[in-house]
Design a protein around this ligand. Sequence first.
Ligand code: NAD
Length: 384
Amino acid sequence: MKIGVISADIASESRVALTPDAVKKLRKLGFEVVIQSGAGQAAYYADELYQAAGADIANSSAEVISQSQIITTVNDLPAAATDGLTSGQIVIGMLDPYRNTQLDTYAAKGATVFAMELLPRTLSRAQNMDVLSSQANLAGYKAVLLAANEYSRPFPMFMTSAGTVKPAKVVILGVGVAGLQAIATAKRLGAVVEASDLRPAAKEQVESLGGKWLDVPMSEDEAQKAKATGGYAWTPSEQYIKDQAAVVDKALSNADIVITTAQIPGRQAPRLVHGATLAKMKAGSVLIDMAAGTGGNVEGSVPNETITTDNGVRVVGAANIPSMLAAQSSDLYANNLVNFITTLITPAHDDAATTELALNIDMDDEIQGALAVTHDSQVRLAKR
Ligand code: NAD
């Protein structure tokens, strides 16, 4: 059975779906692999490394698709590449399912398409397939470095004979996987860190990393709602949003660096920093909006651009930070894909090199069923 790797559009994406190491693992499982020439180049994985790992090289996406039973990709397939799909082929990637405009095309072609973002994250057997966590972890770290680079002062405190330099004050809004890594990184660089999230459970995590929790008052009703979502984000009330804006406004008027990470799968990112708050921030302060690609947490942020406000605040629309750490984020993403692909075949054991592989597509399986956005010529994604 052959697995193909389609090259991303390298103008906007440096990651690759499978790395040479992942190819070795798949070869060991009994798969053949074909990769579009140059697909790993922007992540520093040359064609020769894939060949040494046992992959074939193809000259075009059409060639990859015509040979492969399973097609892997980082983002959605280019529209032209979908032409060659045939019934029963499998596509696996981070397909931005709720904004994907090609689902009808995939269904019409009879392809089974798995969107990795839809993984049920609380399932313990799914954790090694969790692409949102693997990518967000690296992104949270890099966001702090981006901020440090944009900021024209140091992060740590310096005590010198010429005077004392105060540490930078960093505020993190949204303390999931990326936010926690951002706190840890900013602390390591010597900053003073404050953080907030609408999940009360995040307070303890913030404090355990040495950050200060920014508390937004919550009604009894909201506290119950927050508990009922099992640790995931809940829909805040008008009052909470107003109280949160006041807390953010106060914290940011003193901040040097702000990193926002709040996203809601399938929906527009919540607006956490309003223009009126931006206008109160210090000249030279820096905001990194990690939700810039899904609507933006910061008013006026522009995906993949850095703007400077009239009062001298730098707002970085960081829409695809994982792509900036392409080698490492590809390694982790590829591991996530290999772990998922392993569940699609029979026999699903560690070394099947001597056994004929058969696909085991099962919409009743809680992982496959959750990830499949098209199957049997139908779009299966529930609207949000
Ligand atoms: P995310 O990228 O969807 O959002 C980042 C953070 O923003 C989250 O903590 C969220 O609560 C917060 N947020 C959303 N809307 C907000 C708002 N209006 N105001 C303030 N904060 C807001 O989240 P994520 O980092 O992918 O993870 C979210 C949660 O999932 C975390 O609790 C994480 O620990 C949990 N998680 C669990 C598992 C597991 O159970 N195996 C795996 C991964 C993540």
